[in-house]
Design a protein. Structure first.
Length: 211
């Protein structure tokens, strides 16, 4: 950090506070926040329910669980690097739409799966979904609030915390009362709602200009 971190002076912008407050009242902030809460909830549900689903529903082994977890984790970093290289060619909004589409396919596969190998193969989709949401989510909110980096960071991380909390609680409740497979049908519905929310919001380049 001492050797390689560039030294930059903090520049105060008197208009940043009013711009952030104005932007917060716009649906371009609140709607993506709701969508991100849903997406983080789905990711949390997948992390908790999938190992139990493999063992109890598909009668897989602990080795299958380890493969699912390790393959997804191992693919996330290379995908994040690839997305970083394509960051200038593909907008963050388009990436979020793609993440929803990927999650829809992934949850459909899990909903109709009959063997552990199908989940193992589907981890490429899950890794891409996680890489986009985790790697580009903050950049997405930073673009919406370019003059308020602190506020955009706060919105993103609070959305992730709320999403994980809702997912951890909701996934366990649904699995207990409805069954492990039905959890993925619920996740599919949640992702479709997120997809509709993000699809209905077109990128606004003029959001950073408040005159």
């Amino acid at each position: 950090m001492f050797l390689f971190l560039p030294k930059k002076r903090a520049v105060q912008n008197k208009r940043s506070g009013s711009t952030g407050a104005t932007s917060l009242n716009r649906r371009q902030i609140w709607y993506p926040l709701i969508a991100f809460i849903f997406l983080f909830a789905v990711n949390a549900i997948n992390g908790i329910v999938t190992p139990l689903f493999i063992v109890n529903e598909l009668h897989g082994t602990l080795t299958d669980v380890g493969l699912v977890v390790s393959i997804c984790a191992g693919l996330e970093i290379p995908i994040m690097f690839a997305l970083g290289a394509l960051g200038r060619k593909i907008s963050n909004h388009s990436l979020m739409i793609s993440a929803c589409f990927i999650a829809i396919i992934y949850n459909i596969i899990l909903s109709v799966s009959t063997d552990s190998w199908q989940l193992i193969a589907a981890q490429l989709l899950q890794a891409a979904f996680v890489a986009i949401v985790m790697g580009n989510g903050l950049s997405y909110f930073t673009e919406l609030l370019p003059n308020s980096p602190g506020m955009s960071t706060t919105i993103y991380y609070n959305g992730s915390i709320i999403g994980r909390l809702v997912g951890n609680l909701g996934g366990g409740i649904i699995a207990q009362f409805a069954g492990f497979r039905d959890v993925y049908w619920v996740c599919l519905a949640i992702v479709i709602v997120s997809f509709i929310i993000l699809w209905s919001i077109r990128p606004h380049k003029d959001i950073e200009v408040a005159t």
